[in-house]
Design a protein around this ligand. Structure first.
Ligand SMILES: [Zn+2]
Length: 193
């Protein structure tokens, strides 16, 4: 299992790509008003993601998409493993768009030299587990493999919320009392928990 391998930071931080992205995203908060679609620019490359699972402490930095070739099965499965229902021990085929969304959040933060360590509070939930949660919607996008609750140490959740809204994909819910932001790739909507 790739989770046990040391991270490949030399590959992860490719100097030229980093400089290019930093120039593209420099300074401005993404609001969709700048010429080239910065999200597409971010997607048009090998896609690396670095995630940690809060409840287990598992961490991985992995390539999940090879530019020009598509999703990397091992990387994709690593993401699904980290986003699994830890309580039930069930992994699920997560929506690849959700993995891209986490990647875009991370690459924007990296390019803007901000902390970018994404911690997963919740990912997939079995319907059974979801039903045990007092505040979870019955038709939660977590049950469909479309959602994650995340936080990033060093980035306040208001900023993370704003970034997720600027990306403009799916639902974004901010939970100030719990200290996380819910992101999903379902219908576009916004709320405060
Ligand atoms: Zn959620």
């Amino acid at each position: 299992m790739i989770l046990q391998k040391p991270t490949t930071r030399r590959q992860f931080i490719k100097g030229a790509a980093q400089a290019c992205l930093a120039a593209l995203f420099a300074g401005a908060f993404p609001d969709g008003a700048t010429g080239a679609d910065w999200r597409q620019v971010a997607l048009d490359r090998d896609r690396w993601l670095s995630l940690e699972r809060a409840s287990t402490g598992e961490k991985a930095t992995f390539l999940y998409y090879r530019f020009g070739r598509g999703f990397d099965p091992e990387g994709y499965l690593t993401a699904c493993h980290l986003l699994r229902d830890v309580k039930s021990g069930v992994a699920y085929r997560m929506n690849p768009k959700l993995i891209d969304l986490l990647y875009i959040i991370q690459i924007w933060l990296r390019a803007n030299r901000q902390p970018f360590h994404i911690i997963i509070q919740s990912g997939y939930r079995t319907p059974e587990y979801n039903r045990t949660l007092a505040n979870a919607a019955r038709n939660s996008e977590h049950v469909n493999g479309n959602a994650a609750d995340i936080r990033i140490p060093g980035v306040d959740i208001a900023t993370l919320n704003r970034l997720a809204l600027a990306i403009g994909v799916g639902g974004v819910g901010i939970y100030p009392n719990n200290g996380f932001v819910h992101v999903d790739v379902g219908r576009v909507r916004q709320w405060q928990g």
